[in-house]
Design a protein around this ligand. Structure first.
Ligand code: C6P
Length: 409
C-alpha cells in the first residue's frame, strides 16, 4: 500500500496549525472526535449558501434540490458500508441514538422476562446503559461476554453465553478503551445460530477501516459522522430492511407519516419512517463529503497508517518501565488507539501535563466505567490516532511523560 502524504492531508486541517502558549497543537484524541477537513466544511457552507431549504415538503426548486441532496446522502452511505440501499440507512444524531432507536423501537416491543440480552464487558455506555435499562424495563436479563487476560473477547464464553434464550447480541466492533477489534462476524453467526439478532457498535471501526455490513451480516450497525472526519449531529443506523419494515417507529411527527386522521396514522417508507421532523440536512451533506474524502484516500491506507502510528506509540510506551498499557498486542485485533497508565500518576494529572505541552489526549473512563472497574483502575489516559498524526507527535507524547513523573510520581 502506498503510504499517505500526511503533509498534504494536514494542509486540509487548519486547526492542526493552531498554537497554545506558542506550542503547536498535537491532537491525539480522535476516538473522541476527529477533525474536519476543508472539503467537508466547504460542502456544508456551500449547502447553506446555495441550497438551504426544508426537505420533503416544499415543491419549490430549493426544496427539491435540498431533498435530493439529503436523500442521495443516504445512497452514498449505503454504498460506503455495502448496505442494500437508502432503505437500510437511517440518519440519527449519533451512535448513541442508533443504539437507543433499536432498544426502544425493537427492544421494548420484543423483549420480556426470560429473554436475554448479551453484551460484552468492553461495551461503551451508549450500548451498555441502554440495554441495561431496557432489560430492567422489560424483565429481560443482561449478560456480559468476558474479556480474557489479553483484553480480547473470550469467545469460549461467548459460545457458552449465547443460547436459545438470547434475543439480541450487542457488541462493539473496536473498543474505544482497549483498541480490541472484536470478531463481529463470528458473534453475529453465533447470534443467528440461536435465532437472535446482532447489533454492532461501529463508532470506532467505520472511520478507520473498510466495513461491509453484508459480510458481517449484522442486523443493525451504528456509527457517528464526527468520528470519521464528518460533522457532529449526524450518525447512521444501518438495519436489514425486513427488520426495519416490521418495526414500529418510536419517534413520531412530520416527515415519517403516510396518512394521518384524528383516529390514527400510518407510516411512511423507509428510511423516512424513522426520521421524524426536520433532519440534519447540512450534516448529511457533510457526511457525504467526509465519505468522499475518506474514500479518495482509501480506507485500507487509512487503516494501515493509523495502525502503524498506534503500533509505534504502543512500542514506545511499552519500553517505558512504569507504563501499563491496556488491550492486546499490536496486530490485526488492535485498532488505532492506546490507553495506558503511568505508575504513581493519575490519568487526569497526566492529561493535564500533556495539555501543558499542547498535547490533546483523553483521561477518564472513556464511557466504559464497568470496564475500568474490571481493569482495576479508576481511569486511564488514551492516545487515539487518525490520518493526520505522525511519529513525531508520538515522540512528543512520550517525552512529556518525564514532566509528569517529576511532578507526580
Ligand atoms: C465505541 C463507542 N460507541 C459509542 C460511542 C458514542 O458515540 P456518540 O457519537 O457520542 O454517540 C462512542 C464515542 N466514544 C467517545 C466519547 S465517550 C470516546 O471518547 O471514546 C464510542 O467510542
Amino acid at each position: 500500500l502506498e503510504s499517505l502524504d500526511v503533509g498534504a492531508i494536514r494542509d486540509e486541517f487548519p486547526i492542526l496549525e493552531r498554537e497554545f502558549d506558542g506550542q503547536q497543537v498535537v491532537y491525539l484524541d480522535n476516538a473522541a472526535t476527529t477533525q474536519t477537513p476543508d472539503p467537508v466544511v466547504d460542502a456544508m457552507s456551500d449547502y447553506y449558501r446555495e441550497s438551504n431549504a426544508n426537505i420533503h415538503r416544499g415543491i419549490h426548486h430549493l426544496s427539491q434540490e435540498a431533498s435530493i441532496m439529503y436523500e442521495e446522502a443516504h445512497d452514498r452511505v449505503a454504498e460506503f458500508i455495502n448496505a442494500d440501499g437508502r432503505e437500510e440507512v437511517i440518519f440519527t444524531k449519533n451512535t448513541t441514538e442508533g443504539e437507543n432507536l433499536i432498544a426502544y423501537a425493537w427492544g421494548l416491543n420484543e423483549l420480556g422476562p426470560g429473554d436475554e440480552i448479551v453484551l460484552t464487558e468492553m461495551e461503551h455506555h451508549a450500548s451498555l446503559v441502554t440495554w441495561q435499562q431496557i432489560g430492567k424495563r422489560t424483565g429481560a436479563d443482561v449478560k456480559y461476554i468476558r474479556i480474557d487476560e489479553d483484553q480480547r473477547l473470550d469467545m469460549d464464553h461467548a459460545r457458552e453465553l449465547i443460547t436459545d434464550d438470547t434475543a439480541i447480541v450487542s457488541a462493539v466492533h473496536v473498543s474505544n478503551t482497549l483498541g480490541t477489534v472484536n470478531p463481529v462476524s463470528e458473534l453475529t453467526d453465533l447470534a443467528h445460530e440461536h435465532d437472535a439478532l446482532s447489533f454492532i457498535d461501529g463508532a470506532q471501526a467505520v472511520p478507520n477501516r473498510p466495513v461491509d455490513v453484508k459480510a458481517i451480516d449484522a442486523d443493525f450497525y451504528a456509527f457517528s459522522g464526527h468520528k470519521m472526519a464528518g460533522p457532529t449531529g449526524i450518525g447512521v443506523l444501518y438495519g436489514k430492511q425486513h427488520l426495519l419494515e416490521e418495526m414500529e417507529p418510536y419517534l413520531y411527527g412530520g416527515g415519517m407519516i403516510r396518512k394521518v386522521t384524528y383516529e390514527d396514522s400510518t407510516w411512511g417508507d423507509l428510511p423516512w419512517k424513522f426520521e421524524p421532523g426536520t433532519p440534519q440536512i447540512a450534516e448529511a451533506v457533510g457526511l457525504e463529503a467526509a465519505i468522499d474524502w475518506l474514500e479518495d484516500i482509501g480506507m485500507e491506507r487509512i487503516q494501515a497508517h493509523e495502525e502503524e502510528i498506534a503500533r509505534y506509540a504502543y512500542e514506545r510506551l511499552e519500553s517505558e518501565e512504569d507504563v501499563e498499557i491496556y488491550g492486546p498486542e499490536p496486530g490485526p485485533d488492535r485498532g488505532g488507539l492506546v490507553s495506558f497508565n503511568v505508575e504513581g500518576v493519575h490519568a487526569h494529572d497526566l492529561a493535564s501535563i500533556m495539555n501543558d505541552h499542547t498535547i490533546a489526549v483523553r483521561a477518564g473512563d472513556h464511557c466504559t466505567q464497568p470496564l475500568h472497574d474490571k481493569l482495576g483502575v479508576p481511569a486511564s489516559t488514551r492516545a487515539s490516532f487518525y490520518v493526520y498524526n505522525t511519529r513525531e507527535e508520538v515522540d512528543k507524547l512520550v517525552a512529556a511523560l518525564d514532566d509528569a513523573r517529576q511532578l507526580f510520581a
